[in-house]
Every structure is written in C-alpha cells, then in structure tokens.
Design a binder for this molecule. Structure first.
Ligand SMILES: *[C@@H]1O[C@H](CO)[C@@H](O)[C@H](O)[C@H]1NC(C)=O
Ligand SMILES: *[C@@H]1O[C@H](CO)[C@@H](O)[C@H](O)[C@H]1NC(C)=O
Length: 400
C-alpha cells in the first residue's frame, strides 16, 4: 500500500510539474491562470486515471469520475452552502429518474405560477453530477425566480446510449405533465445544459417537438454543446485539440464511452476514418462543415460503415443532434447557444445555431472570443464567466 501511495504521489508530482509548463494560448480570458490551473488539473486527472487502470485500480472513466468529483466536492465544501439560501432543494424521482428540484421560497409565497427550467449537467456523459453543478443550478433558480430541475441521468460507460437520453426524456415529460404540483406554468418551461448536458437538452428538444400531447418547451439554451461525432477535424479540433481544458483525445474517448464503451477504434475515430467517402461528401458532412458544398444526399439506411459496434448511431440525432434534417429543425422553440473560441466543440454549437437560424428558428448566439470549455461553472470566480452568466440569464428572463 505504501509503495502504491508513493508511486501515485510521485506520478502526481511529475505530471503537475509537466503540465505547469504547458503554454496556454495568449487569447484565453483573464486571468489566464484559471484556464491554466483548470487544464493542469484535468490533464493530471486524466493521466492518473489511465495509470490507475494500468495498475488495476478501477477503469479509466471510473477513475476520472471519482477524482474529478472529489476535487469539485472539496471546492464545494470550502464554498459552504449559503448560496442555497432562499431555496427549497429536494432530491426526488421523476418517472424513475433521479432529479433535484430547486424551488425559490419567494415564488412559492407569491401564489402566482412561475416558469420552470430543466437542467442537464455536463461531464461528457461520464462524470460530474447534480452535486458538482449545484451552485450553478441554485443560482439559476434564484436569479430567474424559476423552479429548476437538475436531472441525475445515468452515466456512461456503465450505461451507454440511449440510457442518458432516455432518462432525460422521461424526466422532462414528467415535469411537463406535473408542472402544477410545483406551482409552475406548464407553458413556460425551458430546457438547458452544458457540454454533454447541452447534447441531451438538444436531443430532448428535437424529440419532444414531435409529441402532440405535451405542452411545448418554451426555449432551449445550449451551453457549448457536443452535437456531432462524424468529424473530429473541424477547425477548433485542429487548432485547439491540444488544450488541457478539453482535448481532442479526451473528447473522442467521451464520445466512445457514450457510444459503445469500446476504445479499441479510438485512433480510427481521431483520424476521421470511422466515416467513409460516402458520409464525407453527404449532407451530414455539410451539417458540420460549411466548406463542404455540392453534397450528395444519402439515406441513412444506405450508408456503409466499418465494423464497429453501434457505429450507425453517430447519425442518430438523439445521439448527435447536429445530424437532424432541416425538416426536424423547423419548428423548434427559440434557441440560445453559447460557444467559446478555445473549445474543440466551438463549431458544433456555431453550426447548430446557423442551421437553426436558416430554417427559421429564432436564435440568440453568444460567442466568447476569450472563453474556454467549461468556464461558465466559474461564474462566481472571474469576470468573463460572470459576464457570460449574466448574458445567459438575460436571455432566459426574456424567453422563459
Ligand atoms: C447498441 O445500441 C443499442 C440501442 O441503440 C443499445 O441498447 C446497446 O446497449 C448498444 N450496445 C453497445 C455495446 O453499445
Ligand atoms: C486513415 O486512413 C488513411 C487513408 O486511408 C490511412 O492512410 C491512415 O493510416 C488511416 N489511419 C488510421 C489511424 O486508421
């Protein structure tokens, strides 16, 4: 045990020293220290998780999850829980799915109905939780005077697609059907999420738009969402794929844990060899990359894929919302998209906003030239993240 502990200690020290040395792009938001420290921690966690798996201590995704959550939870302990004042927070179940409900006390006393917001936390479908996002979701409930439901969907790789998606749909439907119990106006319910949570929010919105017997979602607000897995060579993947805050290496692993928990083809995905010429010249390629023009439309059922488990799922909009046809995008509710320059997922969000706008959906797009992936969670800690939070809240106040 002592030997193992010593090994881990040495590994941490070496990795930290190494990542301290990694440059952070000049353009990243002040204080750049945040991006640097956050990146250093993430990268170190990732490598320790791999070392752990190698030493026979848990799998890589399990290790990433437990270390990340430990770090975040220590941060939360230090923060205290005063940020929850004025809220009633309840952990409960919505149709078999765990959720945390935040009800502003003032809203309950006022007697009139309030808006509602479903929130899906980020973490690559693999890590983080309603706990790690507690300050953010509590802040939304307070600032909006809305009932916020933070959904504790099942995580990959223990539960691959469509588990997280199914949970997200079930919780959303339940809230729409039972809004009155929470004093919520069912015609004023929106949906939101960051990163993998933005993916789930977008996927749920696409599917529920087709349901006839439910109230319509009032808006979707997508924070640097992950929306496609057919092209890992978009300009941000090429230019910022090395960033420690979210590297291409990390993002491809996360997609694969969610898809089928099989990383043996990771290099094939990274090289964009998981799709053939057919897809690369099809409408799907055009959905991701505006440079791809003169596409040859293909039907999903005619696409030839390499022999990889469940690979055809990458064209399923419930898994990758950017794969939705224009006909599916038409009629979606007003949409807010937040993107960051220093983020491999930049163009996922940029292209979704552009395509929605073209099909006539009302879109508000905030792009942060100096922002980086995950920065919104630091809304309390530094200026640009605080400004981004304000702009996001302003949108929600007007559109919920
Ligand atoms: C393949 O996809 C189906 C449904 O889309 C899912 O139920 C199944 O668990 C997946 N298998 C693997 C190995 O990912
Ligand atoms: C990807 O495909 C190209 C062209 O067919 C090939 O040269 C390259 O070795 C492949 N790389 C991987 C990792 O599959």
């Amino acid at each position: 045990m002592a030997v193992k502990a010593a090994l881990v200690f040495v590994a941490v020290a070496v990795l930290l020293a190494y990542y301290c040395d990694q440059p952070v792009p000049e353009g990243i938001a002040e204080p750049r220290l945040y991006a640097k420290v956050q990146g250093m921690v993430f990268r170190t966690v990732q490598n320790l998780a791999k070392i752990g798996e190698y030493l026979g201590v848990g799998t890589e995704p399990q290790n990433i999850r437990s270390v990340m959550e430990t770090i975040v939870n220590v941060g939360l302990k230090l923060k205290g829980s005063s940020y929850r004042e004025g809220l009633k927070c309840t952990d409960t179940m919505f149709d078999g799915v765990k959720v945390r409900v935040y009800e502003p006390v003032s809203a309950a006393q006022s007697g009139s109905k309030v808006p509602g917001l479903l929130y899906f936390h980020g973490g690559g479908w693999v890590m983080l939780s309603v706990d790690t996002h507690d300050p953010l979701t509590a802040h939304l409930a307070k600032q909006l005077g809305a009932v916020v439901v933070s959904v504790d969907y099942r995580l990959a790789p223990e539960h691959v697609f469509p588990a997280a998606f199914d949970d997200s749909v079930a919780a959303t439907k339940f809230f729409l059907q039972n809004a009155e119990k929470y004093n919520v106006d069912r015609t004023r319910i929106g949906i939101s999420g960051d990163s993998a949570g933005g993916n789930l929010a977008a996927a749920v919105t696409l599917v529920l738009a087709k349901e006839k017997d439910l109230p319509k979602l009032k808006t979707q607000a997508l924070i640097y969402p992950a929306l496609q897995a057919i092209n890992f060579n978009t300009p941000p993947y090429i230019n910022h794929g090395h960033l420690n805050t979210l590297s291409k290496d990390r993002m491809v692993s996360l997609w694969l844990w969610y898809l089928n928990n099989d990383l043996s083809f990771k290099k094939v995905f990274e090289a964009n060899n998981h799709t053939g010429v057919q897809i690369k010249k099809s409408q799907y390629a055009g959905y991701v990359d505006p440079e791809v023009v003169d596409v040859t439309p293909i039907k999903k059922e005619n696409v030839k894929f390499p022999e990889i488990t469940n690979i055809s799922t990458i064209l399923d909009p419930r898994f990758a919302p950017l794969m939705a046809d224009d006909a599916d995008l038409k009629g979606l509710p007003p949409t807010y998209v937040m993107t960051c320059e220093y983020d491999v997922l930049r163009d996922d969000g940029v292209m979704y906003a552009r395509r929605l706008g073209k099909t006539g959906v009302k879109v508000n797009h905030d792009h942060y030239e100096h922002g980086f992936h995950g920065f919104l969670n630091s809304f309390d800690d530094y200026e640009l993240a605080g400004i981004a939070m304000q702009n996001y809240l302003t949108y929600l106040r007007k559109n919920l």
